[in-house]
Design a protein around this ligand. Sequence first.
Ligand code: FVH
Length: 283
Amino acid sequence: MSENISVLGLGLMGSALAESLIRAGHHVTVWNRTPAKADPLVAEGATRADTPAQAVSASPLVIVCLLDYPSVLETLKDVPLEDRVVANLTTGRPAEAREMAAWVAERGGEYLDGGIMAVPHMIAKPGALILYSGSRPAFERYEQVFGAMAASRYTGDDPGMAPLLDLAMLTGMYGQMAGSLEALALVRSAKYPLMEFTTELLVPWLNAMAVQLPQWAKEIEAGDYRTEVSNLEINRAGMENLVRAFEEQGVKLDLLLPMKTVIDRRVARGLGHEGLSGLVEEL
Ligand code: FVH
């Protein structure tokens, strides 16, 4: 079914979202602070709004994708939101999302927050995911529309949940990147071919290691960190070994040393028999 949808914010991501909605056959109204960014979308069939208020009045569903939450507040500050669903896909913090939900509700609107797990060129393609939280009725009303942009997943009525999960996913990604950069620096110091190392060794290894994460989830939820596989004492010795090897190769281990500190702390508490998942109690 074709819906009226307004998109506020036509940066790289907002433009990709608007384009996917136009291509799915919806009536899309677009607004951007710098008007020229709307031109390609208008050429594809979108309607241009001259002001945020004009854009919001054009559609019951308003998708917002701006730089940050202050820019969203600035954009919507004098705009009536009665009977509007505001789906704010701007990246932010859980506390900002909760404040924004209350702010929108005070103005008569329903609120959904969204965490985009994709880069612009992935929008409307397999692999793109958007996490939503906030008003369940609003999500259910527009679930099909959201499906044109990316796979969608509702994560609960706390508006802060989607941004929290978004940040959690990014945290996992940065951790993996930090370890991988250290690995690449070490391998480069020995002049081993980096392409061969990544494709044939590191990537399969990381994939094999990632399958243990659900087991960690089970242990953390149970608060039971006993292990027969690889306890903290073994990992402490492994980390010592890493530190020495990196020193000998002349490479800094700065991105990984905080993990060693936490392992040492837990072992010093007499918990060296536990598994790595127990480190969560130190955080
Ligand atoms: N691009 C990406 O890979 C990531 C993927 C994950 C999600 N993020 C988040 O999406 C939000 C928008 O990101 P973007 O890529 O579209 O960013 P830009 O291309 O830099 O566009 C920024 C838009 O925000 C407008 N804007 C900035 N400040 C204001 C303001 N004070 N009032 C009104 N609009 C404002 C800007 O307008 P203009 O500069 O064109 O006039 C753009 O429309 C973001 O939260 C990412 O973290 C993307």
